[in-house]
Design a protein around this ligand. Structure first.
Ligand SMILES: CC(C)(COP(=O)(O)OP(=O)(O)OC[C@H]1O[C@@H](n2cnc3c(N)ncnc32)[C@H](O)[C@@H]1OP(=O)(O)O)[C@@H](O)C(=O)NCCC(=O)NCCS
Length: 192
């Protein structure tokens, strides 16, 4: 299968390549600020790092699926800065959700996450034909909450005090975006 490369403004989404593993290792050892924001309750598990790396390497060895579940994010100059993913909430095939992580914190707050998420949404809506796509975060992750709003998501569910982060309770948030709203807001992102 042909490798997939998507471009939008200053962002590139592409399939994983072997040298990306070097960056994923760095993002699990020295450049780890993202772990404090991206589902921090998961990284408390002592096997988190080894399982995460194993999974990342395994995905690289598998044939590319026709509809991608993950792509790597690069800045337009080619610098590899993070990844996007897609999954079913609680395994429910009616509820496709998308996620994003800019692993290198020096790239946060520059609008790059919003661009990458819009491009990923355009791809997922086109490739899957889903009418609604969800995303999930927690009430302490202001950057992600703002990003969801900038991508025109609406709140679908708030579970009060469902998460504990650094000893404090936070709400679990699920947002939803319909294909109609996305198409109306981003006619330039009809990808396939
Ligand atoms: C969440 C994430 C993808 C957002 O991407 P980004 O490129 O930083 O986001 P953007 O710059 O497009 O938008 C972020 C918004 O948060 C605001 N913001 C930036 N820093 C902030 C801070 N410290 N506190 C509150 N808001 C902040 C920005 O001003 C911007 O809003 P605005 O455009 O309305 O002004 C990125 O920060 C990231 O990967 N973080 C770590 C991993 C993570 O949290 N992933 C999401 C898991 S659910």
């Amino acid at each position: 299968m042909e490798p997939l490369i998507l471009k939008y403004e200053t962002i590139i989404l592409r399939d994983r390549i072997p040298t990306d593993i070097i960056d994923h290792r760095r993002w699990l050892s020295t450049e780890t600020a993202w772990l404090e924001w991206d589902s921090p309750w998961e990284s408390n598990n002592p096997n988190f790092v080894s399982k995460y790396l194993e999974h990342t390497v395994r995905q690289l060895q598998m044939p590319l699926p026709p509809i991608r579940r993950t792509l790597e994010i690069c800045h337009y100059d080619g610098t590899h800065i993070g990844m996007v993913n897609a999954y079913y909430i609680d395994g429910d095939r009616e509820r496709l959700a998308v996620g994003i992580g800019l692993r290198d914190s020096s790239y946060w707050g520059k609008g790059l996450g919003t661009m990458a998420f819009r491009l990923w949404l355009g791809y997922q809506f086109a490739a899957t034909g889903c009418k609604r796509i969800y995303c999930q975060t927690w009430s302490g992750n202001t950057r992600m909450i703002k990003l969801a709003a900038k991508c025109h998501f609406s709140q679908w569910e708030r579970r009060k005090d469902f998460r504990e982060v650094r000893g404090q309770p936070f709400d679990a948030l699920t947002y939803v975006l319909s294909q109609e709203v996305f198409k109306a807001m981003h006619p330039e992102l009809r990808i396939i």
